[in-house]
Design a protein around this ligand. Structure first.
Ligand code: HEC
Ligand code: HEC
Ligand code: HEC
Ligand code: HEC
Ligand code: HEC
Ligand code: HEC
Length: 389
């Protein structure tokens, strides 16, 4: 009697635990799907203006080839992409065209009837009716406000996360209800391994919150380091003038681009389209709004001059092979561990002006042959106050 009461009790606890766990899993699933749809809908706000929602939708469908143009031409979106991308696509994006159309309402009809337009490979067959042009303009008016959809592949990790979540659920159902498997250790093992994986993922996500390794945003102009540095042999310091003597490397201004692009009016990959953007920005006297790729938190102090000038480090040590990139990507995680690891491993030039005057004790040890090199950590490089305000 007593015995079975106890087992009853235990299984009741199990049930309660199971229920709570299931609720938790369900809730995470719901929150997750909400997030996904919100991210892909871009917030879901509607902008009313000159065009109706229906016109915008029809225009989008024409552009994407979901409904055919009257003359039977193919879609536009196969060349004028509508999502951000990781690999460079030199064609004008749909958003690029939309912005031009917002600035000048006659842009699209003008472009289509122009002779240059017919000269573009792939445009030969394109001719739209007035109504169709208007519908595409309606779509552009929406796109110009919303921007390109973010290209977000579902990461493998997420799939495994939900896969193991499902396994956990199965193991629990087996343990509590079905009890088909004789050897209890099997479902228990499955449960523990899956749970361990979940805890690991959750804690990793929490730690790396806000870090952005592999971040590579699409920029307003397709400025390519590969074209400039590798193919045209322009030095990093010609554009990033701050690296030797200030904290920031600095991003060049329009004027610097124009030093060359007043002459170089056409690129081999992008034609005149991208370079025209530099001229347009200059005419409108607006800076180009480059998106920041690397971004340390405000409480961290980092100086390029210290590392490039004093430390004599190559850009590639921290930024990877930028000269191979069409789109700049952050290759390191910029975590505290990353900074400190390098400070522990890297030797300083101990004979330079600064170090020769300080650190007498270390100099003495070196002369006595006790040590033959000094690393950054030994001269204060892992002192909290050096990196934190
Ligand atoms: C086979 C690929 C392809 C298809 C399909 C295509 N385009 Fe293009 N389009 C291009 C390329 C490439 C350029 C850039 C040419 C340049 O500037 O040298 C371009 C440029 C444009 C321009 C900019 C012209 C300018 O210089 O300002 C407009 C507008 C345009 N396309 C509209 C459309 C529309 C609308 C459709 C669908 C009816 C369409 N395109 C279909 C490849 C394509
Ligand atoms: C012709 C000018 C030019 C040259 C030469 C150049 N850059 Fe850049 N660089 C830019 C511009 C413009 C941006 C901003 C747009 C972008 O991120 O692509 C940039 C961005 C960057 C960024 C990312 C900045 C951020 O937001 O975090 C890094 C890192 C960088 N450059 C490193 C280098 C290195 C290393 C070299 C030499 C191998 C180099 N650059 C040569 C113009 C130049
Ligand atoms: C020192 C000269 C120089 C400077 C400075 C310079 N560029 Fe260029 N740029 C070039 C050359 C050379 C080309 C290659 C043209 C070609 O493809 O033949 C080029 C090509 C381009 C292209 C077209 C790429 C392609 O292959 O279609 C773009 C876009 C561009 N530059 C943007 C910029 C921007 C933005 C800046 C300023 C941040 C800038 N450039 C600064 C020399 C320069
Ligand atoms: C020791 C590592 C390290 C080296 C070496 C290094 N960088 Fe950086 N770089 C960083 C970090 C970290 C950031 C982010 C700084 C921030 O967000 O405050 C950064 C940011 C940048 C930026 C973005 C904007 C800015 O003004 O800071 C550019 C451009 C850049 N680096 C270019 C270069 C170039 C060019 C070189 C080589 C001459 C170079 N870096 C060498 C670590 C490095
Ligand atoms: C690739 C190696 C490397 C990485 C990564 C690196 N550093 Fe350094 N750091 C050095 C070297 C080398 C020096 C010494 C320069 C000198 O000779 O004065 C140094 C010096 C410093 C100093 C000055 C220390 C002193 O004693 O005055 C600070 C502050 C600093 N680094 C901050 C950072 C921060 C913050 C990061 C990460 C965002 C970072 N470093 C990443 C190599 C690195
Ligand atoms: C070589 C440079 C460097 C030194 C030395 C350093 N930090 Fe950091 N610290 C960083 C960087 C970079 C970050 C930002 C990490 C990120 O964004 O993930 C950071 C972040 C932090 C954070 C925020 C939590 C986090 O992980 O993001 C704390 C707290 C912190 N550091 C404390 C310390 C303490 C305490 C010391 C001394 C024992 C110290 N730091 C020494 C570079 C340094």
């Amino acid at each position: 009697m007593f015995q079975s009461d106890k087992t009853m009790n235990i299984s009741r606890h199990y049930l309660a635990f199971n229920k709570a766990l299931n609720r938790f899993l369900l809730l995470t699933l719901i929150l997750f799907t909400c997030q996904l749809t919100m991210a892909s809908e871009g917030g879901g706000q509607h902008q009313k203006g000159k065009y109706t929602e229906l016109e915008m939708m029809k225009g989008e469908r024409l552009f994407k080839g979901l409904i055919p143009f009257q003359e039977g031409f193919k879609d536009c979106a196969s060349c004028h992409y509508t999502k951000t991308n990781k690999e460079i696509d030199w064609n004008p994006s749909a958003y690029d065209l939309a912005v031009l159309s917002r600035e000048d309402t006659a842009y699209l009809s003008g472009a289509i009837s122009g002779s240059r337009f017919q000269g573009v490979k792939g445009h030969e067959e394109v001719s739209l009716t007035n109504k169709e042009t208007e519908l595409v303009e309606a779509y552009f008016s929406k796109l110009a406000d919303h921007g390109l959809k973010k290209h977000k592949p579902v990461p493998e990790k997420t799939l495994i996360f939900f896969g193991t979540g499902f396994l956990m659920l199965l193991a629990l159902i087996e343990l509590i209800f079905l009890k088909k498997i004789k050897i209890k250790a099997i479902p228990v093992l499955v449960l523990l391994v899956a749970l361990g994986f979940h805890l690991k993922v959750v804690s990793e996500e929490a730690i790396s919150l806000g870090r952005s390794e592999n971040y590579a945003p699409n920029q307003p102009i397709k400025f390519s380091h590969k074209v400039h540095v590798k193919q045209n042999k322009i030095d990093c310091k010609y554009c990033h003038t701050g690296v030797d003597n200030s904290q920031n490397a600095g991003i060049p201004s329009n004027n610097l681009c124009l030093n060359c692009h007043n002459v170089v009016r056409e690129g081999s990959n992008s034609g005149t389209f991208e370079i025209n953007k530099i001229h347009r920005a200059a005419e409108q006297e607006e800076p180009i709004e480059w998106k920041k790729v690397h971004d340390l938190p405000d409480h961290v102090f980092f100086s390029h001059a210290t590392h490039v000038q004093n430390g004599n480090l190559d850009c590639a040590e921290c930024h990877g092979q930028v000269e191979e990139m069409h789109i700049v990507e952050q290759v390191e995680d910029l975590s505290m561990g990353w900074c400190i690891e390098c400070h522990r491993e890297t030797e300083v030039d101990f004979d330079n002006k600064y170090y020769s005057k300080n650190f007498e004790e270390l100099h003495q040890k070196m002369e006595e042959g006790q040590i033959d090199a000094v690393t950054v950590d030994e001269v204060g490089g892992i002192n909290c106050m050096k990196c934190h305000y």
